[in-house]
Design a protein around this ligand. Sequence first.
Ligand code: PFF
Length: 462
Amino acid sequence: MSKVREHWGSRMGFILAAAGSAIGLGNLWKFPYITWHNNGGAFVLVYLICILVVGLPIMMAEILIGRRAQKSAVPAFEEIGHKRWSWIGIVGVLAGFVILGYYSVIAGWSITTFLDCIGWSLNGYTPPPDGAFGAFVSDGSTQLGLSAIFSVATLGVVWFGISGGIEKVTKFLMPTLFLILIYFVISSFSMSGFSDAMAFLFEPNFSELPATGILEALGHAFFTLSLGMGLMITYGSYLTKDMSVTRVSAMVVIMDTVVALLACVIMFTIIYSTPGLSEQIGKSTVGMLFVTLPNLFYSGAMPGGTILGPLFYLLVAFAALTSTISLLEVMVSYFIDARGWTRAKSSLVCASGTFVNTIFCALSLGAVGLLSSFTWVSGKSGVLDHLDYLASNWMLPIGGFGIALFAGWVLDKKVSIEELGMVDSSGAPNMQYKIWRIFIRFVAPVAIAAVIIAVMLGKDFS
Ligand code: PFF
């Protein structure tokens, strides 16, 4: 008996869920620090170009593949292509397992920072002693407890399915997140560092762009838009025929980019408003979000910091949760579609399996020496670090490369024209379609190949 496939209840429901997947730690944590280390302006411009010429075309390709096949990542390639292309989906499902394992650990930090901020807002601020963050991440039971809370919350949502779980939760969380973010941006207007932050971000100076900046921007485009692992194929498979693939793709890409830029505006404004801080940021990548910012909310540099502090970490937790939900859904939908499991069984098995991975990651930040200190790839140490390297440098670019090849060279042209609905009045493919096709056939594969070659030559974009 064939089951009727679940669908999103509304176009907005899909857009918010897909944007929820895209907007996460990548926007609030990773983008600000890579922008900082790549000296702002020129890097931001290059990043925007990468989003437009590679990110958007691949987002459209993934959603159109999913919508056409009405199947999740692995079986989608079999349905509308050939079994030999299903490896792309398999890379995606594995990437979901790898990323969710460590993402839940970092996401857990937002819970502690949120609770710390509530305490500071109520009882007054006491600066954490030097080394407190190091002690926190290497405390195994705390890391396990926090990531377990996140994993259970993620399972709780995915268990209830598309319109009953994911759509309902993201429809509430995403608008709340946008409101909190707007409140922050408005607060930053009146701070002394606002104009310096804007100049740093939006005045490009190409002599300050490091040589690998372009490839780093491209690599990040995949992570931040949740591309290259079949997630958008999976979410697209729950899309009804009356929704425009192009329009929803554009909305998701715009929302993700705006949030990433706003996160930078907020963080850099706070940093530039605090004398001496920009020199101190140094290379502490983790520190910027979880160590530096909490101090600043209570330093008096930010008006209303005692309210904004807890709110900010609530926002980080929301953003991370809507991403972990999507990471789990990629795996869950595979076992439902390809193996015929029920949603309940698939959710439980996938969440438990991934939690084993999470345990290794949670204990690899100092708690267990064996898991924390080994080095296979130079510059990386421990399980979490290596998994991030594997996913960001290899899995997502390889998956993205496969998707671009499939959509541009294998998929019947008629199918993409029909799904994208890009025809002129006579029914022939219009200009937008021709541009998309050039990007997906040539620009995206060449650009991604450059990232993969750079990684082979030893570069690290994680
Ligand atoms: N896009 C998410 C972020 O920027 O934090 C991370 C992510 C979520 C990557 C879901 C891939 C994915 F399938």
